[in-house]
Design a protein around this ligand. Structure first.
Ligand code: FMN
Length: 253
């Protein structure tokens, strides 16, 4: 195992940070790493908002499921899928009303671009001894978050990310056995039950240990509970209000 693979397989989310600051130079390296990620057709359809204003940060931490670490972490970044800048580029060469920006395909492109860039940033930060946690919680009150960050049309916040030096050392969270996620040539549903049963066993042990016996559920139980209720059902309407997917029905005709 080389050092990069060691780093990647040693990831754990960090939710408590020390006072040690992240310097501007370090943050520049993290952002350069993010920009080095692959990007669909070189569209670079993402933007990053660094939130330094304490009032905005406070508001965001409340909007994002009340996570205290959003307020407390040294650096908080919001990763946005962004077709607005591409619309600006288009405008230099034609009437943007004739262009297609908020289509389902572009929504996927921009979401993937933002995610790849963010994961590069995460790895860069971890390579410098820092820790990170993604914050999907910013989608819980996404309209308020978009307003707070003054996001224009064709931009949406995919997730936030806390970055800083760890003040905790959580255990490594076991992942699914490889056989459950890796197929050869075709999808093989018959091969799933055995590794899922193994993983349930592993996770039950892990969660019992991590919570001193307060929780003893298996992974499949946790997932079933999660998927019993709809989550963030406002997303479609919000995305439409930001200019995404609004022409989809006309285009389908
Ligand atoms: C897109 C995304 C959104 C996430 N959102 C949150 C969040 O809002 N709050 C949180 O505490 N953790 C969040 N996480 C962290 C996951 O819970 C964590 O990565 C997962 O449980 C695996 O644990 P590990 O990262 O320590 O290996 C998020 C992770 C991802 C990839």
């Amino acid at each position: 195992m080389n050092d990069v693979i060691k780093l990647l397989t040693n990831h754990r989310s960090i939710r408590k940070y020390s006072e040690q600051p992240v310097t501007d130079e370090q943050l520049e390296s993290i952002i350069s790493a993010a920009q080095g990620a692959s990007t669909s057709s070189n569209m670079q359809a993402y933007s990053i908002i660094r939130v330094t204003d304490q009032d905005v940060r406070q508001r965001l931490s409340v909007l994002a499921d009340n996570y205290s670490y959003v307020m407390e972490c040294p650096v908080f970044l919001v990763w946005c899928a962004d077709l607005y800048r591409l619309r600006q580029a288009y405008q230099q060469h034609g009437d943007p009303e004739q262009g297609y920006f908020g289509t389902m395909e572009n929504l996927i492109v921009a979401t993937v671009d933002a995610t790849l860039a963010a994961q590069n940033a995460a790895v860069a930060a971890e390579s410098m001894g820092m820790g990170i946690v993604y914050i999907g919680g910013i989608r819980t009150n996404i309209a308020e978050v978009a307003e707070l960050l003054k996001l224009p049309k064709y931009v949406y916040p995919v997730f936030g990310m806390c970055i800083g030096y760890p003040d905790q050392a959580p255990g490594l969270r076991p992942r699914l056995p490889r056989e459950a996620i890796l197929h050869e040539n075709t999808y093989q549903p018959d091969k799933l039950p055995a590794p899922l049963a193994d993983y349930d066993h592993t996770m039950k042990e892990y969660i019992t240990r991590r919570t001193d016996g307060k929780r003893t559920s298996t992974w499949s139980e946790d997932m079933a509970n999660k998927l019993k209720a709809p989550a963030r059902m406002h997303m479609l309407r919000f995305l439409e209000s930001q200019g995404f997917l609004e022409d989809q029905e006309d285009l389908d005709k």
